[in-house]
Design a protein around this ligand. Structure first.
Ligand SMILES: C[S@@+](CC[C@H](N)C(=O)[O-])C[C@H]1O[C@@H](n2cnc3c(N)ncnc32)[C@H](O)[C@@H]1O
Length: 245
């Protein structure tokens, strides 16, 4: 199957732009930045133990079986762009009755987050190193997910880079496909232009309706980027959609 995300004409540093999975390699591994961000890895990566949390490539050869991965049939929520894993660490600890999967394509972040989550002994959370749009398309079954969280997705502010944005029509249709009826997509960004694009894209997907975003005092979700941007006084734009059909 072709991985359609990031059809960039070869300019996206570190990514192979338009490619087929290699034999024996999960499809989502074919479009990722292999090792960035480098600064996290210096001298520490060798000590990270990602066992039990980081899914290996064999998990993604086809549609995922949640019961096999988590050993139970609890509802599943997905966070895209897990970064250092701060959201998953808090949310998985608070909600043991829910299973969480983090999707992150930067290898160092992925391994850093997995090690952090393992040290907390959380049994309801896994992380996968993958490009999210390809992973949704290939690895997630219809109506298999309760919530999709996307916090501070890379905004790619330059016009010529906009096609690299994650939230594009094919991905939005896949989000709708994998959400269960009653399931939700929640997005927060600090970039007004991307926020407008996200709303336009999602407006065109049948079966998704905008709903009020969960409100909180102080922090909205407590990710690293939210905390950094709060100190910079930036505005945030949050939106949520419900799959009703
Ligand atoms: C701006 S950071 C936000 C990290 C975290 N959500 C936060 O709020 O602190 C965006 C993260 O998403 C990851 N990312 C961007 N595009 C992605 C994609 N298509 N699939 C998976 N991860 C992606 C990046 O590697 C990065 O870690």
């Amino acid at each position: 199957m072709q991985v359609l995300a990031h059809k960039t004409g070869g300019t996206y540093r570190g990514l192979r732009p338009f490619c087929l999975p290699r034999a024996g390699q999960g499809p989502m591994l074919s479009t990722m930045r292999p090792n960035s961000p480098q600064h996290l890895a210096h001298g520490k990566a060798a000590k990270w133990d990602t066992s039990c949390v980081l899914l290996d490539d064999s998990a993604s050869q086809g549609r995922l079986d949640w019961a096999k991965i988590f050993g139970n049939t609890s509802p599943v929520e997905i966070e895209i762009g897990t970064g250092k894993g701060t959201f998953l660490l808090a949310r998985a600890g608070e909600r043991p009755e829910i299973n969480f999967l983090g999707i992150e394509f930067a290898r160092a972040y992925c391994r850093y987050a997995a090690d952090r989550l393992r040290r907390r002994n959380l049994t309801n959370v896994r992380v996968v190193q993958a490009e999210a749009a390809a992973f949704f398309k290939i690895c997630l079954a219809d109506a298999s997910v309760w919530r999709v969280h996307i916090y501070f997705p890379d905004p790619w502010p330059k016009r010529r880079h906009r096609r690299r944005r994650l939230i594009q029509p094919p991905f939005a249709w896949d989000v709708r496909r994998v959400l269960r009826a009653g399931g939700q997509l929640i997005i927060i960004t600090d970039h007004i232009g991307y926020y407008r694009q996200i709303r336009n894209v999602l407006r065109s997907v049948p079966g998704l309706a905008p709903v009020p975003t969960p409100r909180a005092d102080g922090e909205l979700v407590g990710t690293n980027f939210e905390r950094k941007y709060i100190t910079q006084g930036r505005s945030f734009y949050a939106a949520a959609w419900l799959r009703y059909a």
